[in-house]
Design a protein around this ligand. Structure first.
Ligand code: SAH
Length: 473
């Protein structure tokens, strides 16, 4: 990060502006809005600046720049068309360690001014650290469109109710605000007159004080890894969480989207060696929700597909804890999409089965013969470690050795690797997959379609094994 972002209180503070043209004028307009006392140094002032000069807020202190004018101001702007003069202002200010900005001259700026979206008292400041002012302005346009016009009024009303809200204990206060100020509410409130906004917010706070909201667990599917595959509801829940219990498969870029001051607890279960026992996860959820917290239980993919989400809800239900489930893109759907493998296809498959390759000790083997075969696709989770065994079982149940298969490791992530081959090569595929990366197997005719339709280039390669046995024509 090249620049440190901050907002500065310059109410009633002197700020020196050297220059009297349009560029200086734009700075003066903004400085006046922020309540600064502007001191102008310029040979001449343009008409707008001349009318702005009122002797108190905007003062024309001199025609010539002198270093002594720098004793007093909090900030200095040099906005003349005289490069030599600008450089001199810069040098003198720097010598005094006084923050200086030479407008449109990044090399001579101790501080830079952002593009802003103004919904006073809400200010959104955007900077590209000078890399692309055009881009920063574009971003400003996008954010403008995103924020409701009445946002400032709502923020101001919330500000006037701070003392009232302070009567609520902290976690409840935050929760009440979270609920009162969610996106839909802010849009609706923003359209009302200021005093109605305040009345409604006050009512909401009083209700929260009378009847505190109980804690809740939101079981959230984080999808296969890419942050932009999260649902909007997942994003919202992450933004409101007090505690986040997350799996190992959830990527850091997704955790980055969660509320910064939430407690993050890694309950990372590893396939095989369980880092946190399932029972401890159950206990953690109940413990935090009972204390009135919003708990997000964040799982890779979808919580109800090989995610033990069902067991977790049963436990919550038994303990009378409220819950909600937010679906996520499950690995099979995500990997298939990003490997260009349509799981069903009019010419190749009319059914798809999501199945785990990891059967519990002493668990019953699935009926492979019923699940796999002509016109059917198998998407196997946790199957790579058992590839040899899986191959044996599938061949036994009558599948051809040259049936197309694909292995997608780190699916949807930038590190995605796709390996193509045939059923009898399944163990080779698994052996060539990047170590430690989650991998999904797709078994069936459709796997071969991915060779043509692949569109996503992960850093891992798309890899074809030589065809070991020709397909019987
Ligand atoms: N609930 C998850 C599945 C958890 S089981 C879901 O709906 O996706 C963990 C298995 O999911 C892994 O062993 C792997 O087979 C698969 N998996 C999860 N993320 C994956 C990814 N990004 N790429 C490939 N496979 C993935």
């Amino acid at each position: 990060m090249r620049y440190f972002p901050l907002f500065m209180d310059i109410q009633d503070e002197p700020v020196l502006v050297v220059g009297g043209g349009a560029v200086a004028e734009r700075k003066v307009v903004l400085l006046r809005k922020a309540g600064a006392r502007v001191q102008l140094v310029a040979k001449t002032l343009n008409p707008a600046l001349l009318t702005a000069v009122d002797g108190s807020r905007v003062e024309w202190i001199a025609r010539e720049f002198r270093p002594a004018q720098l004793d007093g101001p909090r900030l200095v702007f040099a906005a003349t068309d005289d490069a030599e003069l600008n450089a001199r202002v810069h040098a003198e200010a720097e010598a005094r360690r006084l923050p200086v900005n030479v407008v449109d001259d990044r090399e001579h700026c101790r501080f830079i001014t952002p593009a802003i979206v103004d919904r006073d008292p809400v200010q959104v400041a955007i900077s590209s650290a000078g890399a692309s002012p055009v881009l920063a302005r574009r971003i400003r346009g996008w954010i403008e469109a995103l924020l409701p016009q009445g946002l400032g009024k709502v923020a101001a009303a919330a500000g006037r109710l701070r003392d009232r809200a302070a009567r609520l204990p902290l976690p409840e206060r935050r929760r009440a605000w979270d609920r009162l100020l969610d996106r839909g509410q802010v849009h609706a409130l923003g359209a009302l007159p200021a005093k109605d906004i305040e009345r409604r917010l006050k009512k909401g706070l009083d209700q929260a004080a009378r009847k505190p909201l109980p804690g809740k667990v939101v079981l959230v599917g984080a999808g296969p890894g890419r942050a932009d595959l999260l649902t909007l509801r997942a994003l919202q829940a992450l933004g409101q969480a007090d505690v986040i219990l997350h799996d190992r498969l959830v990527s850091p870029e997704i955790l980055d989207l969660a509320r910064r001051d939430a407690d993050f607890i890694d309950v990372g279960k590893r396939c095989g060696g369980h880092a946190t026992r399932q029972e401890s996860i159950h206990e953690l959820m109940v413990e935090h929700a009972s204390q009135g917290r919003q708990v997000v239980r964040l799982k890779g993919g979808d919580p109800f597909v090989f995610g033990r989400g069902g067991e977790e809800l049963e436990h919550l239900r038994a303990h009378g804890i409220d819950y909600e489930v937010v679906p996520g893109v499950t690995a099979a759907i995500g990997c298939a999409a990003f490997a260009g493998i349509p799981l069903t296809h009019r010419d190749h498959a009319h059914a798809v089965t999501l199945i785990t390759g990891h059967t519990p000790e002493g668990g019953r083997e699935p009926d492979w013969q019923a699940l796999a075969g002509e016109g059917r696709t198998l998407a196997v989770y946790m199957g790579a470690q058992r590839a040899a065994e899986l191959k044996g079982k599938l061949l036994e149940s009558g599948l051809p050795a040259d049936l197309p298969v694909a292995l997608v490791a780190d699916g949807t992530r930038d590190t995605q690797t796709t390996l193509h081959g045939h059923l009898d090569q399944l163990p080779d595929l698994a052996a060539r997959a990047p170590r430690g990366a989650p991998a999904l197997l797709v078994i069936g005719e459709v796997a071969a379609v991915g060779r043509q339709l692949a569109w996503f280039e992960g850093s891992g390669q798309v890899n074809d094994l030589p065809v070991a046995s020709a397909r019987a024509a």
